[in-house]
Design a protein around this ligand. Structure first.
Ligand SMILES: NC(=O)c1ccc[n+]([C@@H]2O[C@H](COP(=O)([O-])OP(=O)(O)OC[C@H]3O[C@@H](n4cnc5c(N)ncnc54)[C@H](OP(=O)(O)O)[C@@H]3O)[C@@H](O)[C@H]2O)c1
Length: 350
């Protein structure tokens, strides 16, 4: 079967480069277009991009000419790794002109008619798409994936919400520097240090979690009814967001029941066979001192949330640690999985 041509907006950036790596050998999608700012357009990709990945730049993109982010690209799917200062308007223009935009930017995540999709947890949120198209007069659509910390948290607490209903969640994050893009945090600020502030991050973690685990309502989403409180910290780790979570449940469960819930969780059948879907969305690691970013972040192709240190909590019901790959499951990999689901549902024709 012929592959579906796709484009990458913001192809030169940190997330754009991850898109290139994740899509280079994709069984359904083929990179047809690369686009970025006027600084890069007209240049061959290898000259335009400051390649910061440890894996080499795929041969297939080296000589592709980077275009401007105008909606005349030869593809129907546009993956967006655009900077949020420009993403909002560009993504809307593309959706208006018939593109299916899979966005990593914050701009449209909380729009009432835009899904904040995690395929394993809320695939039914795609039901809002016809209303989005009707309300806005768009031929295409915008589908977002959550902030890179919010997605790691949601993957771990989502199955518990479905089985036991969450009441309160408290999370402290230890976020990798790659989450701030390139060049990101100045080295003098982060080497041998912890920065206990990431602008806008705590608000995103708190509100996005409720939207993700909420339900589709008349013309928007009804947020889930639990409280989230978060502390966001930047730490001198290259890749992988680690989060310490304490929570209480409306229906009480033992530590063993909670571990069983994660181990059995697979997400909906329709998602399980998708090319980028992890075999197990949540993996419980048994070692008492794991997961650790350096040792565990690349496991399971960076698409699973790794949970460890599950135990009772004296303030809440239980507590645990979760680790997720912030530029794969927290960005490019999540967007690609979202697009696979949209193709699988027939909204985009193969
Ligand atoms: N890094 C992460 O872990 C992560 C995780 C989840 C979500 N995100 C989000 O993903 C997005 C990209 O993040 P990043 O870390 O990849 O940022 P980045 O490295 O700074 O890349 C930004 C991209 O946007 C392009 N761009 C900037 N101004 C533009 C303009 N006026 N017109 C068209 N393109 C323009 C840049 O092109 P040029 O190279 O030509 O300037 C570049 O390709 C952000 O919205 C970020 O919040 C990042």
């Amino acid at each position: 079967m012929a592959k579906i041509p796709v484009g990458i907006l913001g192809a030169t950036g940190a997330v754009g480069q991850k898109f290139i790596l994740q899509l280079a050998d994709h069984p359904w999608f083929e990179i047809r277009e690369l686009a970025a700012s006027q600084r890069s357009s007209g240049k061959r990709y290898q000259e335009a991009a400051n390649w910061i990945q440890s894996r080499p730049m795929p041969e297939s993109v080296r000589d592709m000419v980077v275009k401007e982010c105008r909606p005349d690209l030869q593809c129907e799917i546009a993956f967006s790794g655009l900077d949020s200062s420009v993403a909002g308007e560009i993504e809307e223009t593309f959706a208006q002109e018939g593109f299916w935009v899979f966005s990593n930017a914050k701009n449209h995540r909380m729009d009432p008619d835009v899904p904040l999709l995690i395929t394993e947890l809320n695939p039914e949120h795609l039901e809002i798409i016809p209303r989005q198209q009707q309300n806005r007069g768009w031929k295409g659509a915008i589908i977002t994936n959550p902030n890179c910390s919010a997605i790691v948290l949601a993957l771990s607490i989502g199955p518990l919400h479905q089985s036991f209903e969450l009441e309160r969640v408290h999370v402290v994050t230890f976020q990798a520097i790659s989450g701030a893009g390139y060049p990101g945090v100045p080295s003098i600020d982060i080497l041998g240090n912890v920065v206990p502030f990431i602008p806008g991050e705590e608000d995103k973690i708190e509100t996005e979690s409720q939207k993700i685990l909420g339900r589709v309502a008349e013309n928007s989403f009804e947020p889930a009814d639990f409280i989230v409180s978060s502390h966001a910290n930047r730490v001198p780790v290259e890749e992988g967001h680690l989060e310490c979570v304490s929570l209480s449940l409306k229906r009480k469960a033992t530590v063993e029941e909670v571990i069983g819930c994660w181990e059995e969780f697979r997400g909906p059948k329709q998602v399980q066979g998708l090319p980028s879907a992890p075999a197990q969305p949540v993996v419980v690691v048994p070692e008492e001192n794991r997961p650790q970013p350096r040792r565990d972040v690349e496991k399971y192709d960076g698409m699973s949330a790794l949970v460890g240190r599950v135990r009772e909590c004296s303030l809440f019901d239980l507590k645990f640690v979760v680790l997720g790959h912030n530029t794969i499951r927290g960005a490019a990999g999540a967007s690609i999985l979202n697009a696979e689901l949209v193709v699988e549902t027939g909204l985009i024709k193969r």
